[in-house]
Write a protein that binds this ligand. Structure first.
Ligand code: GLC
Length: 314
């Protein structure tokens, strides 16, 4: 990322600033998964505490991606108590110096029947745009996590084109993150058209799924224990991430991670390889997740899992 930043500085000095591509102001981000994106906070794991936010800010992350299940906290408007809770977490995170990516997560109804739920999607973002008017630039909107099924890239682009002007009326300068179909796949992201200023395109990277999601009981298919880290495996991951960088748009690696069940040496190797490949390509990244089975830390104590700090942060 600093590479692109220094290029921007050179261009600025040469009076070419208007042609420089602004960077998404996110470098090292952590997803707080399975909290506000669960059916209710606490259903899939502990609720978010100020202690968690202290730990995350202290660990050196600059940004928190906050997945939120607005779709099922909606009845003619976002449930006021739920929105107040989301706002509380945003301000607690921001008061610790973290930028927050507010991500509309698990809107499953919209995926299976886009026509029936498009209106709610627009209404949610209209309300959020009103509610967060005046927030500073440390709040970023991510319009929808992992479109899939009937919600193809073409169909989700139509939804984005409907809500963007509504959001831009009150947030002309705010960074907005958009992702494509097939669960924010890399290829779908590459197929998206270039868009206006202060928009970044997101993709998620979990390849190979049988390694990153091994031994988990919540995946569609059960994957047995496996290891990772042969030179050709590392080369595949590095090439994929390098391919993601677009010359015409800022790109964001919004999720990547390995379940805690995986063998530690392989897990750290995958995380370090993908993270460094993103940094080499000038792409900000966001690890999935603080907990949620992809844990960074030991929740009976305060420590990082062995070797993970080095893999992710050094
Ligand atoms: C996506 C899903 C989330 C899952 C994660 C890792 O973000 O929405 O539920 O835990 O990917 O598979």
């Amino acid at each position: 990322m600093w590479l692109r930043r220094s290029l921007a500085a050179v261009m600025l000095a040469a009076g070419l600033a208007s042609t420089a591509l602004a960077d998404l102001p996110v470098e090292r981000c952590l997803n707080f998964g399975n909290a506000l994106d669960a059916p209710f906070e606490g259903a899939w794991g502990p609720a978010i505490t100020e202690h968690d936010l202290d730990w995350i800010a202290g660990a050196g992350f600059d940004t928190l991606r906050l997945p939120v299940r607005f779709g099922s906290h909606w009845k003619d408007g976002i449930w006021p108590g739920f929105l107040a809770r989301v706002e509380q977490v945003i301000s607690q995170a921001q008061s610790r110096g973290l930028t927050v990516i507010l991500d509309l997560h698990h809107f499953d109804e919209l995926m299976s029947d886009p026509d029936a739920h498009a209106e709610t999607f627009v209404a949610i973002w209209t309300e959020l745009a009103d509610h967060f008017e005046g927030y500073d630039e440390r709040l970023i909107f991510e319009l929808l996590n992992e479109p899939r099924g009937a919600l193809t890239t073409a169909r989700v682009m139509e939804l984005y084109q409907t809500v963007m002007p509504i959001i831009r009326r009150k947030h002309p300068e705010r960074w907005i993150i958009l992702g494509g179909g097939h669960m924010n796949s890399l290829d779908e992201m590459l197929s998206m058209p270039a868009m206006g200023p202060r928009i970044a395109l997101s993709f998620h990277y979990y390849d190979p799924m049988p390694f990153t999601h091994q031994q988990s009981h919540w995946t569609d298919e059960y994957y047995p224990a496996s290891r990772w880290g042969r030179p050709e495996e590392r080369a595949i991951a590095r090439a994929a991430i390098a391919r993601a960088a677009r010359p015409d748009m800022p790109v964001f690696l919004g999720e990547f991670g390995v379940v805690r069940e995986a063998d530690g040496v392989s897990r750290n190797a995958w995380i370090e390889t993908v993270r460094k490949a993103a940094e080499d390509a000038g792409i900000g990244w966001c690890y999935w997740a603080y907990g949620a089975g992809f844990d960074l830390r030991d929740f009976s104590g305060y420590e990082w899992h062995p070797g993970l700090y080095r893999a992710l942060m050094e």
